[in-house]
Design a protein around this ligand. Structure first.
Ligand code: KIV
Length: 276
């Protein structure tokens, strides 16, 4: 990778144990998606803590209406590309739809994403019994896991669309219990997507592991966005929880730097990006 700014190379690598220390120290964690080496390098140069190769690539890169058509081969391909653009930024890759159908498939997927493609952690959606089994099996083999609760896009058909989750009291209590369950199974990080601010706060306070929000309010330990959304280039309507950071700025680098500053400074998400 061609390096324009050598000081970028001095950055201390972000590690899985280091994430918990960031939570303890009240240091907000900045996470952003990337799908290729060039954008990965933009994240690296901006000092982003975590790069996520999300299966959102099915929508923003491949043009599908959901994340469901993304395969393990696609994930390995894009994760390998992103890994070549990173140095200190921690790399997390999604387990695609049905890669968690049993422990054997989850382990195969985890081994390929970490061993072959270069991820440091894999992300898995939900908290059903087979997911908890997969989290435990992966962590037992030293494959760190990021759990994902709330508006989990692989469940789009069960939800009847991309809808905010945990609005009713009973659903909120269930999600809090689910969050404790994924932590107990061994997850080292949790992404909470599309939930009311109060639930984001309760889960963040209840867990020892860091909670990264996307449409989960300002009280989470960190924030994640899909890079196409925060650059304002996703076709169609921008999700309410996102913000176009390129608007009024003259480069992708400036937009990513502004996003990182807004997350670390606590000015993003603002009330207009949240659900109540
Ligand atoms: O696939 C993805 O990009 C994600 C984020 C939206 C958290 O899961």
């Amino acid at each position: 990778m061609y390096v324009q700014n050598a000081s970028v190379l001095d950055r201390k690598p972000v590690t899985v144990p280091g994430l918990r220390a960031m939570k303890t120290q009240g240091q907000r964690i900045v996470m952003l998606t990337a799908y290729d080496a060039s954008f990965a390098w933009q994240l690296e140069a901006a000092g982003i803590d975590i790069a996520l190769v999300g299966d959102s690539l099915g929508m923003v890169v491949q043009g599908h209406a959901s994340t469901l058509p993304v395969t393990l081969e696609h994930m390995v391909y894009h994760t390998s590309a992103v890994a070549r653009g990173l140095r200190a930024t921690l790399l997390v890759a999604d387990l695609p739809f049905m890669a968690d159908r049993d422990v054997a498939h989850a382990l195969t997927a985890g081994a390929r994403l970490v061993g072959e493609a270069g991820a440091a952690m894999v992300k898995i959606e939900g908290s059903a019994a087979h997911v908890l089994d997969a989290i435990a099996a992966l962590t037992a083999r030293s494959i760190p896991v990021c759990a994902h609760l709330g508006l989990t896009p692989q469940s789009v058909h069960r939800f009847g669309g991309f809808r905010v989750q945990g609005r009713e009291q009973a659903a909120a209590e269930r999600m809090l219990a689910d969050a404790l369950a994924v932590q107990a199974a061994g997850a080292e990080l949790l992404v909470m997507e599309g939930v009311p601010v109060e639930l984001g706060r309760r889960v963040t306070e209840a867990l020892a592991i860091p909670v990264i929000g996307i449409g989960a309010g300002p009280h989470c330990d960190g924030q994640v966005l899909v890079i196409h959304d925060m650059l304002g280039i996703t076709p169609g309507k921008r999700p309410k929880f996102s913000k176009d950071f390129l608007l009024g700025r003259d480069s992708v680098a400036a937009a990513i730097a502004a996003y990182a500053e807004a997350v670390r400074g606590g000015t993003f998400p603002a009330p207009e990006h949240c659900f109540n």
